[in-house]
Design a protein around this ligand. Structure first.
Ligand code: PXL
Length: 268
């Protein structure tokens, strides 16, 4: 059994965060382990506004001990970290564990929340985790934060951002343009390995129910790497996975709707 781990927030609604990660790992036939950094909730009385409840440092460290005792995960991803100590502990365990297949999903914002969670936290993620990452998977907003390039609204700007983010230490960069790249009928992502750019494209799925898409994509990349795929193949497989998932997305309630990672089973 191939073991993988995620250090991420729990999304009580079940569509994003470590819930999405575990569902995705399961679809790839992997054994998933989790360290919860924060619990994210959404308030039905306040138009589904997100709230984040951090898990304390001792409890986070104890979870990481549990994951790493006697086991070295074949690959690991980080998602929403939420606190400076979660960034530092992630760095510590990924380094000490010698984790090479590390996918950094630099979660800086939830869909629905308009702004970066915290500039200091984003800076810590950039300084401490980006240099350890095998792949970083920013969306356009996160790519703007990490690269310092404003208004990324074209493939060329995505490529420039990917270059800058790679210079800051990520070995490979996968920028998710997705539905946010206006005027496209394709969902176009940019992959950069330091030498070549690849455009990873799929038909744009016309749905507003995309909750958890970023988490699912990063988890699928992590799963592919754990199974021994090359980084480019892991990214291409993840794109197919998220496309299948989103094409079976659904309204969970009137505010939010996730994809369906199990859609993968019937897709091929
Ligand atoms: O999609 C970003 C994200 C990541 N992690 C957790 C979340 C969300 C968005 O809701 O709740 C735990």
């Amino acid at each position: 059994m191939i073991k993988v781990a995620t250090i991420a927030g729990s999304d009580a609604s079940g569509g994003a965060g470590l819930e999405a990660d575990l569902k995705t790992f399961e679809e790839f036939g992997l054994y998933g382990m989790t360290a919860i950094t924060v619990i994210a909730t959404m308030d039905p009385e306040d138009n589904w506004a997100h709230k984040v409840f951090p898990i304390d440092e001792l409890a986070l460290r104890a979870q990481l001990e549990t994951i790493f005792k006697g086991v070295v995960p074949a690959a690991l991803k980080t998602g929403m970290l939420g606190t400076p100590y979660a960034v530092e502990l992630s760095r510590e365990y990924i380094s000490a564990g010698g984790i090479k297949k590390y996918v950094l999903d630099p979660v800086m914002v939830c869909k629905g929340a308009g702004e970066a969670l915290s500039p200091e936290l984003n800076a810590a993620i950039e300084a401490k985790l980006l240099p350890l990452s095998c792949v970083a998977t920013p969306n356009l907003f996160e790519a703007e934060q990490l690269s310092g390039i404003k208004n990324i609204d074209s493939i060329d700007k995505m490529k420039s951002a990917a270059k800058r983010i790679r210079e800051k230490g990520a070995q490979n960069v996968f920028i998710k343009g997705g539905a946010k790249l206006a005027g496209q009928r394709q969902a176009i992502d940019v992959f950069f390995d330091g030498k070549n750019f690849d455009l990873i494209e799929a038909p744009l799925i016309d749905t507003k129910w995309t909750h958890g898409a970023g988490c699912t994509t990063a988890a699928a990349i992590c799963a592919g790497l754990a199974q021994g795929l090359s980084v480019l193949d892991a990214v291409k497989t993840a794109k197919k996975f998220i496309t299948a998932s989103l094409s079976h997305s659904f309204a969970l309630n009137k505010w939010v709707g996730p994809g369906n990672p199990a859609a993968w089973r019937d897709a091929f």
